[in-house]
Design a protein. Sequence first.
Length: 64
Amino acid sequence: MHTGQPDQSWYVAYAPDAKRPIVIAVTVERGGFGAAAAAPAARLMLSQWFGLPKHWVAGTSTDL
């Protein structure tokens, strides 16, 4: 049933590193599609985990 509310954004990532593997599951309520909000948030978390520079990279997606 479509309620007129924006979608809930979900994204799951796995980084297979020999020393520090990690699995991240992100959900953003009313965040749109996963590529729009949850995936960029997961990217920031992985950047922090692996000591990389952090900057937001906006995702895009189109609905069907």
